[in-house]
Every structure is written in C-alpha cells, then in structure tokens.
Write a protein that binds this ligand. Structure first.
Ligand code: APR
Ligand code: PHB
Length: 396
C-alpha cells in the first residue's frame, strides 16, 4: 500500500511524538512509524527532569497542562561531596529559571493522548522500516505492518528512532562521523512507592561510588547507585540496594531514608555519543538517534528537545514562507547545543564518579574542581545555568 505525507517520523519516543505534535499545530501533516507497542514505549523508565526550555516547548505544543499541575517545580538541587551538602539555588543563580520534575512516562502518555486527538496517523508495531532516497526531493520510507508492505512518500524524514534505530544506520559510513566514549560503570536505578528522602534531588560523590536521590512525586522515589560495568540487576536484591544506598548517603539523609519494595529496577550504561552531521539530505536525525549522554546532568531528553525545536521551527518556515535555505543549517544549529550538553554531562559524570580507569592524580583534580565550583558563587552559577539548560537558538 502507498501512503503520502509531508513529514515521515520514525520512532514514537518523546522526540518523534513531540515533533509530530508541534508540526500538527502548524498544520503540517505527518505520519509516525513505531517498531513496538504503545505500552512497551511507556514501560521504559527514564529520567524526569525538564529544563525551562523543554517545559516551554511542551506548552507551545499545547500539552503542558498536566505537566504544570502534576509536575513539581524545583528551585534547587543538592550536590554532596565528602559528606557535605551543598545546595545549588537554581532559581536565585539564574535569575528565575527552574526545572520541572515530571516523569518521562507521564510526559510520553500526554504526547500519545495528544497524538490520538490530533488524528495524525501512527503505525505501531511496524517492521523493516527503511528510509529511502534521502538525497533526492522525493524521499520515502518503506515498512511492513500487519503482514503487508507499505511505502510512505514524503518531503522529509525525521529519524527519531533512538540509539539502536535504523535512521542513523541508513546513512553511508563515509557521510557520518561517530564520536563515542564509554565509561567503566553504569547506573542501577530503583523506583519505589516511598516518600523521597529529600524534597529536592541530591547528587552524591562517594568513595563507594556515586549515588542519586531523585523522585517522581512526594510519594514516589527514584534512586540510583553507580555499579560496575559488568554488574547485573539480578545480583541486586532490594535489600542490598537499600543497604548500599544508606552507606553512600550523608548521615542525616541515611537516618531519614524510607525504604520499600521496588516497582522497577534496571541498569543504564554510561555512554557519551555524537553522530555528525545530524543530517543526510532530507533525512534529519533527532534525539537519541544522533546523541547519547551519561545520565548525570539529566540532559538526554532535554537535548532531544533542542533538536525537536530546531526542526519544527525550520519546517514551519519552510512550509509557511518557503525558507528552504534553512534546511542545510539544521545540523550545525543542533550540534552547538548538543556539544554543550555533552560537555556538561561528561563534566558532571567525571566530577561525581570515581571511575576505575582514572589515575589518582586525575581523581584529586576532579575533587578539587567540584569543590571549587561548589564553594564559589561563580562556580555554583555555572552549574545552575547549565542544569536549567541554555536557551534555544532563535531561528529566522
Ligand atoms: N523503526 C521504528 N521505530 C523504531 C526503530 C525502527 N527501526 N528503532 C527504534 N524505534 C523506536 C523505539 O522503539 C523507540 O520507541 O524509536 C523510539 C525511540 O525513542 P527513544 O529511544 O526514547 O529516543 P528519543 O525519542 O530520541 O528520546 C530522547 O528520551 O527516551 C529518552 O533516553 C532517551 O533521554 C532520551 C530522550
Ligand atoms: C531521574 O529522576 O530518573 C533522574 C534525575 C536526574 C538525573 C538522572 C535521572 O540526572
């Protein structure tokens, strides 16, 4: 069967769905193709810290209501080094900017509901998706659905299909450069129906390994422990997790920690990755399809939001004012913000984790570096500005 649209979007994660909704609001028809079921997409537990700019984009897409009522505005975060708690006053240090704590599962649910309301077409459980003829002005995507082969003709293809997706892989090797850094460790996350140990997030540098106290609401907590590269979830009973977390918390937090059965437990690898350029003719890469950050700065979803903003603005100007000159600027504009997010995530990761492959000399430098930043007004301001996120570049 042959279908036609303006923008073919591969992947129904946050990038694909948010782009689809923003384009829909501009009257730009689009089709989303997703490999798995909606429930499978919603089952993935990921970070839940939204930068000021991302939250604004959700509102611009007309889907900010639940985020604004159920999400928690956080004016600050804490960083613990040598058992000393330091508060970063995000709001005070950035002239009023904050972050919103709102789980990615809830955000994706809002995006899915908006998609249903928009009546734009979505095909779930598709297979053999393949972008075709991206260098021509008649690109198309082939895929299989319900046992039948389909062809989706379009003007542009948006590759929002995550790190393991087909979009980036469809670009010839000599037209794309991949940069990658793997860290010798991962994050073991545990979600529980317990009140968070602290009303704000707490990032902890500790000799036994990094830990993070995060939350989804005042009744649901998300905690993380740095674990070894080859560690497996099965080796971590809930009891072992809570015991280890207590050891890494400063005493006053450890005494307050409320434990309970886990709802979910999983290990996330720590990887920095950038593919450039983020474009191949009329195929554009967005979000995890083009870049990955270690979770330490909560920049994954937020960096993806930056790409969505750029492509949505460019396509609005292409369809609205014939500004096809902007298309070739997509990758350069995105990459400026992407590399900034990479740098901050890499820095936060190195400052707060004692990785096994790091020399004692460098570990001492890291401790000195983070302590300087925490003790100086200027240093705290740098962290705050990066944590709430840099503004989106204006596209005109
Ligand atoms: N065909 C169709 N869909 C695919 C294919 C394929 N070949 N391969 C992957 N997908 C789908 C995945 O099933 C997934 O639902 O693409 C989607 C990609 O979603 P994410 O991995 O969430 O990536 P993205 O939307 O860019 O998210 C950016 O949110 O999920 C987090 O870690 C992510 O923080 C990052 C941010
Ligand atoms: C989370 O709540 O899952 C979370 C928060 C902040 C991070 C990473 C993960 O830096």
């Amino acid at each position: 069967m042959s279908v036609k649209t303006k923008v073919a979007i591969i992947g129904a994660g946050p990038s694909g769905l948010l782009l689809g909704q923003l384009l829909h609001k501009q009257g730009i028809e689009n089709v989303v193709l997703e490999r798995v079921t909606p429930d499978y997409v919603l089952g993935r537990i990921r970070a839940g810290v939204l930068e000021t700019g991302f939250a604004r984009l959700m509102r611009e897409a007309g889907i900010g209501d639940r985020m604004d009522t159920e999400g928690e505005v956080h004016d600050g975060v804490e960083i613990v080094v040598n058992d000393r708690r330091h508060r970063i006053d995000l709001k005070g240090l950035t002239g009023g900017n904050t972050v919103i704590v709102y789980g990615q599962t809830e955000l994706t649910r809002d995006l899915m509901e908006a998609r249903t309301r928009s009546k734009q077409r979505t095909y779930y459980e598709v297979s053999n998706v393949q972008p075709q003829d991206a260098l021509t002005n008649k690109p198309y995507v082939t895929f299989e659905h319900d046992g039948a082969r389909h062809r989706l003709d379009c003007d542009y293809i948006a590759g929002c299909d995550g790190f393991h997706g087909v979009s980036r892989k469809s670009i010839p090797d000599d037209c794309i450069t991949e940069h990658e850094k793997l860290y010798p460790g991962g994050w073991l996350g545990l979600l529980s129906e317990t009140p968070p140990v602290n009303p704000e997030l707490v990032y902890i540098k500790h000799a036994r390994g990094f830990a993070l106290c995060s939350l989804r609401s005042q009744t649901r907590s998300r905690y993380y422990l740095q674990v070894g590269k080859d560690d497996v979830v099965e080796a971590w009973s809930d009891e072992r997790f809570w015991d280890e977390l207590k050891r890494r918390l400063p005493e006053e937090l450890s005494a307050k920690l409320v434990t309970g059965p886990s709802i979910e437990k999983s290990i996330a690898p720590m990887r920095s990755f950038v593919a450039e350029p983020m474009q191949y003719g009329n195929l554009f890469l967005l979000g995890d399809a083009a870049h990955i950050v270690p979770p330490t700065g909560a920049k994954g979803l937020n960096t993806a939001g930056g790409d969505v903003h750029v492509l949505y603005k460019i396509l609005s100007l292409v369809y609205g004012e014939g500004r096809t000159d902007l298309l070739e600027k997509y990758s350069d504009i995105c990459l400026r913000r992407v590399w900034n997010g990479q740098r901050f995530s890499w820095w936060m990761s190195n400052m707060l984790h004692d990785f096994k492959d790091t020399s004692a000399f460098e570990l001492n430098l890291h401790t000195s570096d983070i302590e300087y930043h925490l003790q100086s007004d200027a240093g705290r301001k740098v962290i705050a500005e990066q944590y709430v996120g840099l503004p989106f570049e204006k596209i005109e």
